[in-house]
Design a protein around this ligand. Sequence first.
Ligand code: FES
Ligand SMILES: [Fe+2]
Length: 284
Amino acid sequence: SWLLLGHESLLPKPGDFITTYMAEDKVILSHQQDGSFRAFINSCTHRGNQICHADSGNAKAFVCNYHGWVYGQDGSLVDVPLETRCYHGQLDKAKLGAKHVRVETYKGFIFGCGDADAPSLEEFLGEFRWYLDTIWEGAGGGLELLGPPMKSLLACNWKVPTENFVGDGYHVGWTHAGALAQIGGELAGLSGNRADLPFESLGYQFTTRHGHGFGVINNAAPAIHVKRDGWAKYLADTRAEVGRKFGPEREELYVGHWNCSIFPSCSFLYGTNTFKVWHPRGPH
Ligand code: FES
Ligand SMILES: [Fe+2]
């Protein structure tokens, strides 16, 4: 599978990096001098020490704090202290770069994959791209992720939240009853899950073949922000452009609220605008 590593807006300049995980493997994602992105396992090829301990930053090189082996921005091994005295010309640095991870991007989102033979990221996202383009490209500016991320631990199988994000519209009126009542307007009727609303026209949910999917509540993106109208105004100002580019169905999606997952490691809410990455911790 392709796992979300980050978004270009989190590391905009050459030398910028973030550290993250692919499953339980620590990974460095690094912005190259040529503008591309590379990812490599955050483990020194000497004795396996963690190469980089920062969450993010800008670095000319990564220096292991155990014996000082130096890795370039692309993960290649560029310097070894006392190389001649310790290794007598026997060390093949070209073979000892940090282990590379395959990286591909889609509309600014950067994904990594451990399998060189796996289908491309575009193929993996498949027909779900039709939906994602609506907001990942939107009116033209795409998305920006603002960090640093908030982190929390969930005591459950790591794929449970991904599945839950795709398909639980049922909880909205109950779990968020107080918030919906406070927001008022079009959404107040959902509060408490008691009113007999025309649910068939309120929205829908679906999953695609690879497990990606979403639920949408029609018109809810501006409705949620009715008391802070900057976002509602932005949507009103840009929806016609989205309609021109993507057609009327996706213009409607553009102003809906989405609960969405890209299986297995990424979920996001559009409308309330949060992105999540799920990482497993141990066998359970
Ligand atoms: S473990 Fe990294 S330099 Fe030795
Ligand atoms: Fe919720």
